[in-house]
Design a protein around this ligand. Structure first.
Ligand code: MF3
Ligand code: CO
Length: 236
C-alpha cells in the first residue's frame, strides 16, 4: 500500500500542476490515465460500481464523486478537488486534494485550508487503542470552529484489498465512542466540508454530489496505517 500510495501522490501532484483554466475535467481525467500507464498502476475507481473514469473531479459546489466531463470547463477562480485511487499488487490506496485554479477568493482558500487542517487534527488522535470517535470528533470540532459545516451523509472508510472496507469513518461524532483502533489497520480519512449547509443532492449523472444551497465545498484525504504510537501516511 505504501508503494502504490506513493505513486498515487505523484499522480495527484502532476495532475494538479497540469490543471489550468480552459481545460475540461475530462482532459484532466485523460491525463491521469496517461500517468497510470507511465507509473504502471491501475486506477482503482475505474470499474468500481461501473464508474467509467480514472479520477473524481469536483468543482466549486460539487462535494465529491464529480464525474469528469468534456463540457465542464475550468475557469480562473474555480476550486477543484481531485480524488484518486490506485490498485497496486492487490491493494488499494485512496487520496484527495482540493486546490485553486489560478487566483481564488479568500473563502475558497479558507475551505481548502480547513479540510487539510481538520484531517491532521483528527489524525493526531490516531494510535493503537484509540477510539475512532475521538478522530471524528476532532475533525468536526476543527471544521465547525471555522464556521463551516461537516458533510454528514458521506464518510471515510477502511481500505485494503477493497476500496471501501469497515469501519465507516464519520467526520463528526463523540469522543470515547466507536471502534477501537489497532496497529496495522489501514484507513482512508477524508473530511468533506461545505461553506454553508451540509445538505447535498445527487446529480443526474448518478455520481456527482453537490451542495443544495450552492455553497462551496472542499475535500482532503489520505490513506493511513495505524501504528503503536500514531499513524503513517501511506499516500505521501
Ligand atoms: N474516494 C472515493 C470514496 O472513498 C472513491 C470513489 S469510487 C468512485 O468514496 F467510483 F466513485 F470513483
Ligand atoms: Co475514500
Amino acid at each position: 500500500m505504501r508503494e502504490g500510495g506513493h505513486i498515487l501522490a505523484l499522480v495527484l501532484k502532476e495532475a494538479k500542476d497540469f490543471s489550468r483554466p480552459g481545460m475540461s475535467t475530462l482532459d484532466i481525467d485523460k491525463y491521469v490515465g496517461r500517468l497510470c500507464l507511465k507509473y504502471k498502476v491501475m486506477p482503482a475507481f475505474r470499474g468500481y460500481q461501473n464508474y467509467g473514469y480514472n479520477v473524481c473531479a469536483s468543482v466549486n459546489d460539487e462535494i465529491v464523486h464529480g464525474v469528469p466531463k468534456k463540457d465542464k470547463i475550468l475557469k480562473e477562480g474555480d476550486m477543484l478537488s481531485l480524488d484518486f485511487g490506485v490498485l497496486h499488487k492487490g491493494f488499494n490506496t485512496d487520496a484527495a486534494i482540493t486546490f485553486g485554479i489560478g487566483k481564488i477568493d479568500p473563502i475558497k482558500k479558507k475551505l481548502i485550508d480547513a479540510a487539510e487542517k481538520s484531517f491532521f487534527k483528527g489524525a493526531k488522535k490516531i494510535k493503537d487503542g484509540a477510539y475512532l470517535g475521538d478522530v471524528s470528533a476532532e475533525i468536526q470540532k476543527y471544521i465547525e470552529s471555522k464556521d463551516f459545516s461537516v458533510i454528514r451523509s458521506l464518510a471515510g472508510h477502511g481500505i485494503g484489498r477493497e476500496i471501501h472496507e469497515e469501519p465507516s469513518i464519520a467526520n463528526f461524532g463523540k469522543k470515547g465512542t466507536g471502534v477501537i483502533l489497532k496497529e496495522g489497520m489501514t484507513l482512508a480519512i477524508e473530511p468533506m466540508l461545505a461553506e454553508k449547509g451540509f445538505d447535498l443532492r445527487l446529480g443526474d449523472d448518478g455520481w456527482t454530489y453537490s451542495t443544495i444551497d450552492g455553497g462551496m465545498s472542499s475535500h482532503f484525504e489520505h490513506t493511513i496505517a495505524v501504528t503503536k504510537r500514531g499513524y503513517d501516511i501511506l499516500t505521501a
